[in-house]
Design a protein around this ligand. Structure first.
Ligand code: PLP
Length: 281
């Protein structure tokens, strides 16, 4: 699949594929749950949401966040799983180890582990560096959630925090992919977008035996808020449509590149990638 027009969309009145994001809200509408839901809608899937935290933010940064109580996080996942059904899911900002442990326990108790593809975007900080995950929650992310993942999608800062490897070139990117895969996910995607020394943005996918590389010409823009979320949400939608991980990642890479090319300024700080880019054609 190379084009969103190839997605097997549902007919009018027919139930679309159902996906879930487990993520934080961005009041500025650029990242987090808002970016995920926008991407899901653009890709023809029904997006459900388990809110983990409410952030107070705009284009200039995150001013504060409030965590959702763990029973409410668990309740949102269970309510959807037991009625609407989930065909693929992703996680974004999870804030604390208590929330991560709740998600892991609920994922298992609802019988989703091993049956529903789960994309873990291990969000640790905003794009300008404000923490979105308590530092003491890294262990739960690494040891409890990532092993349940079909795919984990860290950027280079998250790679450093999770496996202690500084990716500076192809060799260290491979080393990082191996180390991440050793944590237990089925696939690891080491995103190279933050490696600003290169003219290409190259992401490396690894399943323990084979490497797949996805490269795009680097787009130089300050407006990249929500890029990680949009990529992971597009992968999730493609998985729900029945694509295998390498094809889903290949599609999502084309999708995010188009969104980055059409990124727009908003407010006085960093604008978002344009999740609606496809509508502009
Ligand atoms: N989730 C929330 C609620 C956020 O506020 C952010 C960044 O600010 C993210 C996720 C990750 O954003 P990005 O896709 O830019 O890495």
């Amino acid at each position: 699949m190379t084009d969103a027009r190839d997605l097997p969309l549902s007919a009018p009145g027919q139930t679309p594929r159902r996906v879930m994001t487990i993520a934080g809200s961005d009041s500025g509408g650029s990242a987090g749950l808002q970016a995920d839901m926008r991407t899901f809608a653009m890709l023809g899937v029904h997006g459900c949401a388990a809110l983990t935290a409410v952030t107070v933010q705009n284009s200039l940064g995150v001013r504060a966040f409030h965590e959702v109580p763990t029973d409410i996080v668990a309740g949102q996942i269970s309510a959807v799983a037991s009625d609407i059904g989930i065909e693929a899911a992703k996680t974004g900002m999870l804030a604390s180890s208590a929330i991560i442990q709740t998600i892991v326990a609920t994922w298992r108790s609802e019988g989703l582990d091993g049956t529903v593809p789960l994309v873990v975007d291990p969000v640790c900080a905003s794009n300008v560096g404000e923490p979105l995950l308590h530092p003491n929650a890294l262990d739960a992310m690494r040891d409890e959630l990532i092993p349940l993942a079909t795919l984990v999608t860290p950027n280079l800062d998250e790679v450093r925090l999770l496996v202690g490897i500084d990716v500076v070139d192809d060799t260290t990117q491979r080393e990082a992919a191996r180390a991440l895969h050793a944590l237990g996910p089925q696939w690891a995607l080491v995103k190279g977008g933050h490696l600003r020394t290169s003219q290409t943005s190259s992401d490396l996918l690894f399943d323990g035996s084979e490497f797949h590389q996805f490269a795009a010409h680097r787009v130089d823009t300050p407006h990249d808020h929500g890029a990680g979320d949009t990529l992971a949400a597009a992968i999730t939608a493609a998985l729900a449509h029945g694509y295998r991980v390498p094809e889903a990642v290949g599609f999502a890479k084309l999708w995010i590149t188009e969104c980055i090319r059409a990124a727009y300024p908003i407010g006085r700080g960093h604008g978002p990638v344009n999740g609606m880019a496809r509508l502009l054609r």
